[in-house]
Design a protein around this ligand. Structure first.
Ligand code: CA
Length: 224
């Protein structure tokens, strides 16, 4: 899941990035409204965390431009205890808001609730063969035994699972699992894939992760 944070205060942005990354999200940051608008419209994010007071273009401007084109869920951050702000934000099409200062745990709970609502049709638990993945609580089991994955390994597995049976290119994986500062070296994808396989596939007879020559990777139950 990919989240864009539009926030000019470096401290807040770093704090949010760290917390969200630790919880398995891929995070991009824009530090002004113009960059935020551009990224939100040109890229596909699962959710935006949008500050209201921003240089160049305020959060309302970003939200307005975004809503003319996309339904990406938006949580806006307001520093002011003003009812008008909340009404304005929700009126412009924001899905939720948080008043600064807020606890990270509250933001995380709202992010999860909003994603659950927006991805309503997506199941929380996905199974393929004897692999069971709880996407919401980020738990992985194979043949009933718990497997511990790093945040990146989990993000990679979740992406492949959302596209079961569909081969994904290394470039497309890199775009969706790494943030915008990723240098495009797809070896990193291969290394992460090898680590994921060593945990999810290597100890088992039946392989679920497959390399598609010249394309990339797919997760698929190919029978026995
Ligand atoms: Ca601000």
């Amino acid at each position: 899941m990919k989240i864009l944070i539009v926030e000019d205060e470096a401290k807040t942005a770093d704090y949010l990035r760290q917390g969200l990354t630790e919880n398995g999200f891929v995070v991009d940051i824009a530090t002004n409204g113009v960059d935020g608008r551009h990224l939100a419209i040109e890229h596909d994010y699962d959710l935006l965390v949008l500050d209201v007071m921003l240089p160049q273009l305020d959060g309302w401007g970003v939200l307005k431009a975004l809503r003319e084109r996309k339904d990406t869920p938006v949580i806006f951050l307001t520093a002011r205890e003003r009812v008008e702000d909340r009404v304005k934000g929700l009126g412009l099409g924001a899905d939720d808001y948080l008043q600064k200062p807020f606890a990270f745990s509250e933001l995380l709970a709202r992010v999860r609730a909003l994603l659950k609502r927006s991805k309503g049709r997506e199941p929380d638990v996905v199974r393929i063969g004897d692999l069971e993945v709880d996407l919401l609580h980020r738990k992985v089991f194979r043949a009933g035994a718990r497997i511990d994955l790093t945040a990146k390994e989990f993000a990679l597995l979740a992406l492949l699972l959302r596209h079961q049976g569909e081969a994904l290119s290394r470039t497309s994986i890199a775009e969706q699992v790494w943030d915008i500062n990723f240098d495009g070296d797809t070896n990193v994808v291969e290394v992460a894939m090898r680590r994921l396989r060593s945990k999810v596939d290597d100890p088992f007879d039946k392989k679920l992760l497959h390399t598609v020559r010249g394309v990339g990777y797919v997760i698929e139950d190919r029978g026995t």
